[in-house]
Design a protein around this ligand. Structure first.
Ligand code: KG4
Ligand code: ZN
Length: 346
């Protein structure tokens, strides 16, 4: 079955066509992502109103390009999927309404996909990973550890009580005047920095649940920076290295706890899967490998372009749901808040 997937939850306007074979394997026919990064850069973060307007302007073109690259006609589609949440309401309305229009005109089933579910199922598109597996999702908007037991069957083992990890990287970069998005810039600075120079906290270390907290770390970093201002280039590098090391230490501890919870409640995971832009960080990637090994499993890391927001993951989640007969009506609402454990399964 061939599904059109539409993604507009944040600052990427994206559309893709994915073909799911009867045996459950997937093939990406086209995957078009238009990033709005440059439009938000001067503000150091995503501005919702600018994002919504940019989706309105770009989406028709992005969908047309995805259809053309796959050389496929709307009439031949098996379904139309759009991310219906969680995300910024302006973008959700644009994407979901467009999907409804296409579904109605061409008389195709609509699948209102949870954006987090799409991240969660991507490893099945890229690697055919069987259930149950443990997902570490870390992006600019989300930080969660999840047990993925089946389509529509997720157990949240941990989440962030304040900032997402990517958000903490972005705020650190902004504070140090590095630019946006901050993750790659902080990582680059950290290479030449001293990770032991600043005594930053490791929030939540040793807690029994697998939750994260990052806002205290960011505040501690600001205080250290203010103490030694004005900052030299080496100071900036040392602050970045110390910050990144603190995040790495927190990730190690929280994932160990998450995987222990997984083992107790579900059994052995088939894999540790990572998703989200933060997984591009080499220092974090290294410890993910180590922890997977420690727990006797493997790390499945989809290619970066499928870890960050894209249309293929929405199309794939739509295909997995449609294959189980899980479709939505044209009354489906956009849902700015939509926790993954509230997604319906079969
Ligand atoms: O998944 P993503 O592309 O978009 C969403 O947030 O939905 O993730 C972007 C986030 C940003 O906060 C960015 O700073 C962070 O991922 N990021 C990184 C790295 N590359 C991207 N964080 C740390 N190290 C990186 N190399
Ligand atoms: Zn995302």
């Amino acid at each position: 079955m061939v599904i059109l997937g539409i993604e507009t939850t944040c600052d990427e306007t994206a559309a893709a066509l994915v073909d799911r074979a009867a045996n459950g394997t997937g093939r990406i026919m086209s995957n078009v992502v238009l990033s709005q990064v440059s439009e938000h850069a001067e503000f150091g973060g995503v501005v919702p109103e600018i994002a919504a307007r940019a989706h309105v302007e770009a989406l028709d073109y992005v969908i047309a390009t995805a259809m053309a690259e796959a050389e496929f006609a709307f009439s031949s589609l098996d379904g139309v999927a759009a991310a219906a949440g969680p995300g910024l309401i302006g973008g959700l309305i644009v994407g979901l309404t467009t999907a409804k229009a296409i579904a109605m005109v061409h008389d195709k089933p609509l699948i209102a996909v949870n954006h987090l579910e799409a991240h969660a199922l991507t490893a099945r598109l890229t690697d055919g990973t069987p259930f149950p597996y443990c997902l570490f999702l870390a992006s600019g908007g989300h930080t969660q550890i999840l047990a993925v037991r089946g389509v529509g069957d997720y157990l949240r083992l941990g989440g962030t009580v304040d900032d997402a990890i990517g958000e903490a990287f972005d705020k650190t970069a902004k504070l140090l005047g590095l630019g946006y998005p901050g993750g790659p810039l902080v990582e680059k600075e950290a290479v030449t920095g001293d990770p032991a120079r600043f005594p930053l906290p490791r929030p939540m270390l040793g807690r029994h649940n697998a939750d994260f907290s990052l806002s205290g770390l960011k505040t501690a970093l600001r205080i250290e920076a203010e103490k030694i201002a004005p900052l030299t280039d080496q100071d900036v590098a040392d602050l970045c290295a110390s910050f990144q090391q603190a995040v790495v230490d927190v990730v190690i501890d929280r994932l160990r706890t998450g995987l222990r919870m997984f083992r107790e409640r579900i059994g052995a995971p088939t894999a540790l899967v990572c998703a989200g832009g933060v997984a591009a960080n080499q220092a974090i990637r290294k410890v993910l490998h180590r922890i997977a090994f420690e727990f006797g499993t493997q790390l499945v890391a989809p290619p970066p372009a499928l870890c960050t927001d894209n249309g293929a993951m929405i199309a794939w989640a739509g295909a997995e749901r449609l294959a189980l007969g899980l479709t939505d009506t044209l009354e489906a609402d956009p849902r700015p808040r939509w926790p993954l454990d509230q997604v319906a399964g079969r």
